[in-house]
Design a protein around this ligand. Structure first.
Ligand code: SF4
Length: 354
């Protein structure tokens, strides 16, 4: 019998794999966990500066558990999928409360924590504790779907179970950390989405997709459906000194916990807005930034900015609640901004400079 899938992959990884990623040195459970969460839906090159900044601020689990959520979201700003940051923070607190700040080395226990699914739990166990645990992240799904010619969209449960069987079959008993890194690296650098480099691939000899010339047909695409569209008014309320009023989004749902200009129904009148905010006098102004579409995975949002100015004797007054704040981009306030908030604030700044 010739060398196994794992043998060939490990030999390739020694020569061509990535060995200098910041979370590999040291490869502590905390750093591996943080990197795995950041790498969900995000590429390595984008993650590296965020990871480095994050561990500078929060060098260990206790520091992260102690942090304010706003500070965590501020450091995450720009990386997207903010529920990852909120879950990371909640999980850090649970680990300190329930596990004395120690990382459990059991995939089942890790999976019970917020934000950690089956594959992420396995990746932590394999990389941080060196224990055999098959993984199935996006890169690995692609490699295994091609290598075994598994038809269908991996989001379907039957296809996912077939891919988990493939992952079980190729994962060796020894060298768990290196094998896990190797199969992720193969997907990220050789078996890439649009232009796989099959001629440089260590497992091409028995790759069914390669041998039928159908590498890029796998994995199957998600069935297409038109995204529903909705539209909202985004109220840009300015104070005399240029500060803009932001509202904290509810913890669940789109941009949960992040700050954004208040989002309201399109037919909201100026009087109703003033009442909602408890603001004194509010005047609508011309010159709001242009409307634009922001696309989420499940719907498209038409953002309709409108501009207002608070006036009158008590021109800074709004309801005294901790979900409203006056924000000036250059004042060093450490809060997490939604993507739309960043874009609108930038548009306001450009408009002021003109
Ligand atoms: Fe991917 Fe090509 Fe390797 Fe098959 S031979 S696993 S399609 S890179």
């Amino acid at each position: 019998m010739g060398p196994t899938f794992a043998d060939r992959l490990l030999a390739w990884h020694q020569l061509h794999g990535r060995h200098d990623l910041p979370w590999q040195h040291p490869r502590s459970p905390y750093r591996v966990w943080l990197s795995e969460i950041m790498l969900q839906q995000t590429q390595v090159q984008t993650v590296i500066p965020y990871f480095e900044r994050f561990v500078r601020h929060y060098p260990d689990l206790a520091a992260l558990a102690d942090a304010a959520e706003d500070d965590v979201l501020h450091l995450w700003s720009g990386l997207g999928y903010y529920s990852r940051a909120r879950n990371l923070h909640r999980a850090a607190r649970l680990l300190v409360e329930r596990f004395n700040g120690d990382f459990p080395d059991d995939a089942g226990v890790l999976e019970s924590l917020p934000g950690i699914g089956r594959s992420t739990a396995a990746a932590i166990v394999a990389q941080a504790f060196g224990r055999r645990a098959p993984i199935l992240d996006g890169n690995v799904k692609r490699v295994l779907a091609r290598h075994n010619a598994v038809d269908g969209f991996p989001g379907d449960s039957a296809v996912a179970s077939r891919l988990w069987e493939c992952a079980e079959a190729v994962t060796p008993d020894a060298d768990a950390a290196n094998f896990t890194q190797a199969i992720m690296d193969l997907g990220a650098t050789v078996c890439t989405r649009t232009k796989p480099r099959c001629n440089a691939c260590p497992v091409s000899a028995d790759c069914r997709a390669f041998h039928t010339g159908r590498s890029t047909d796998y994995p199957g695409r998600k069935p297409r459906r038109a995204l529903p569209e909705k539209a909202s008014l985004f109220a840009l309320i300015l104070r005399a000194d240029g500060a803009c009023l932001l509202e904290r989004r509810p913890p669940e749902g789109v941009w949960g916990g992040l700050w954004s200009p208040p989002e309201l129904p399109l037919d909201t009148t100026t009087a109703a807005l003033a009442h909602y905010l408890g603001a004194g006098d509010l005047e609508a102004e011309d010159g709001a930034p242009a409307a634009f579409i922001h696309t989420f995975s499940h719907f498209r949002l038409r953002v309709e900015p409108r501009l207002y100015r608070v006036t009158g004797a008590n021109a800074t007054h709004v309801r005294d609640v901790d979900t409203l704040l006056w924000y000036k981009p250059d004042a060093g306030q450490r809060i997490g901004l939604s993507a739309v908030a960043s874009r609108l604030l930038q548009a306001l700044e450009t408009r002021t400079r003109i």
